[in-house]
Write a protein that binds this ligand. Sequence first.
Ligand SMILES: N[C@@H](CCC(=O)N[C@@H](CS)C(=O)NCC(=O)O)C(=O)O
Length: 166
Amino acid sequence: MDLSNKSEEFLSASPTGKVPVVVVDGDSLYESNVVNQYLDEVTEGSKLMPEDPKSRAYARIWMASADVDFFPALFVASVGRERGFSEGRISEALEKLQIALEKLEERLHDRDYLAGEFSLADIAYAGNFVRLRDLERRGEVHLKGYPNVSAWIERLEGRKSYKAAV
Ligand SMILES: N[C@@H](CCC(=O)N[C@@H](CS)C(=O)NCC(=O)O)C(=O)O
C-alpha cells in the first residue's frame, strides 16, 4: 500500500484511511491492536493473549499505551523532519518518547515480557522497533540508557516470527 497515493479501493475499506485494515465478509476491522486480537481469536494454535484475566488486563493496558504514548511520539520523532514538522514538535515528541521508554524500563525490570509471558502487548511495540533503531542510529535516542528495554528489544528481534515479519 502506497500511503502517499491511496487507492479508492483502500479508502472505501479503511474508515480511518490508515493501515492496517482487514476486511472480513465485507466488514472492515481496523486499529492494529483490535485486528491482532481478532486474528488471535480466529486462528488455531498458541494464543497471544494471556489466559489469566489480570495478566490479560495488563496486556491491554500496555497495548493501549503503545497506541497512545509510544507510537505517536516515535512516529513524529522519526518522520518529523522529512514531513516538515517544526523543531518544537519534534523535540516534544522525543521527550514523550523518553517518558514512554522510562515507563517500559520500569515495567521490564523484573519480567521478560510486558504481561509476563510473550503476548500481543509486546507485538504492539515490536512493529515499531525498526523506526526506533533508526532513531538510535541517528543518535536521537540512546537505548543504552534503558538496559531492560534494550534486552527486551533484542529478545523480540531474536524471535523467528520477528525475523520473518520484518
Ligand atoms: N492507532 C492506529 C494507527 C494507524 C496508523 O497511524 N497507521 C499509519 C501507518 S503506521 C498510517 O496508515 N498512516 C497513513 C496516514 O495517516 O495517512 C493503529 O494502531 O492501527
